[in-house]
Write a protein that binds this ligand. Structure first.
Ligand code: CAA
Length: 294
């Protein structure tokens, strides 16, 4: 199963990064979005990052142009027909993902690999709605995709060894560190990271420290690049809440349950960096901690 042409459904936070790293690795990439505005915004982010790399002298202008030339942004899912791998990076909503896969089953050529970038939803539920459950795996990237080395390659109960081998080969071509894992909610990283982030919020609720103190302690004491509350804002509080919900449903353990503060902030529309406010306010030059009013 050789991959030459990649399709990416969704050009948001994760989709634009997956599109960029795939094109940088030499793949032809078709990328779709729901509307022109979202598509232009995602491609704009890729152009900006390539422009910055050229400015810093890390990339030749001609190479940046070649990367952009390999990307075909379109609103027509029909363009996925001859892709060898189609990856979804749309909203973490199972019904939306199932609808997408039903449509793509009728469009994409036989033998092509399908993959989901879900952070916690079951891979097999999505695979089972397609015409090729054996050719369906999870390929879980990390934010920012251009920067984080890891790619989790997830085997569902139906994924064939050939599909896993193709996913691993794709990850290696992207120069990612690949780790094989199983279809259990949260896989490896979120299984460990999500309870930690939720505990950071519970610690804030219990008054172990202020927002800045909790973040500073984990940076200075554990060598993390970001403290847990900064990282929760970076992941997206809505995303964290929804991953916690899926993990709690699967494992029924308190450590996966979303703390009340998280629920309330999500209800208020405080989603973190993406909405301009979470545990920090991002409207100024530097983020400023905002007490969520516990
Ligand atoms: N998009 C693309 N590139 C980015 C970026 C972004 N959002 N943020 C930073 N970068 C790039 C910069 O362009 C820069 O590149 P060069 O070295 O080529 O110049 C490089 O990263 C370093 O940038 P900075 O010096 O500005 O930033 P930094 O050194 O403070 O690092 C960081 C920024 C990489 C985000 C770092 O803070 C970090 O590693 N944070 C933790 C991120 C993390 O844990 N991600 C996983 C989240 S969990 C997840 O994604 C899974 C899930 O399912 C929820």
């Amino acid at each position: 199963m050789e991959i030459k042409k990649v399709g990416v459904a969704g050009c948001g936070l994760m989709g634009h990064g997956i599109t960029q790293v795939s094109a940088e690795a030499g793949y032809e990439v078709v990328v779709t979005e729901l509307d022109r505005e979202r598509l232009d915004a995602g491609i704009g982010k890729i152009s900006k990052q390539l422009g910055r790399a050229v400015e810093k002298g890390k990339l030749e202008q001609s190479d940046a142009d070649a990367v952009l030339d390999r990307i075909n942004p379109t609103l027509d899912q029909g363009e996925f027909a001859d892709c060898d791998l189609v990856l979804e990076a749309i909203t973490e909503d199972l019904d939306l993902k199932l609808d997408l896969w039903k449509q793509l089953s009728g469009i994409v050529k036989e033998g092509a690999l399908f993959a989901t970038n879900t952070s916690s939803l079951p891979v097999i539920t999505q695979a089972a709605t397609t015409d090729r459950p054996e050719n369906f795996i999870g390929l879980h990237f990390f934010n920012p995709v251009q920067r984080m080395p890891l790619l989790e390659v997830i085997q569902s109960v139906a994924s064939s060894p050939e599909a896993m081998a193709a996913g691993l080969a794709y990850g290696e071509k992207l120069n990612k560190t690949t780790v094989e894992t199983k279809d259990k909610a949260g896989f490896i990283v979120n299984r460990l990271l999500v309870p930690y982030l939720l505990d950071g919020i519970r610690g804030l609720e219990e008054g172990i420290g202020s927002i800045e103190e909790i973040d500073l302690a984990m940076k200075a004491g554990a060598g993390h690049p970001m403290g847990p509350l900064t990282l929760a804002d970076f992941v997206g509080l809505d995303t964290l809440d929804s991953i916690a919900g899926v993990m709690f449903d699967e494992f029924r353990e308190r450590r996966f349950a979303a703390p009340p503060t998280l629920r309330k902030m999500v209800a208020a529309g405080f989603y973190g960096v993406k909405s301009g406010r979470g545990f920090y306010d991002y409207s100024g030059e530097k983020p400023v901690a905002v007490n969520p009013g516990l």
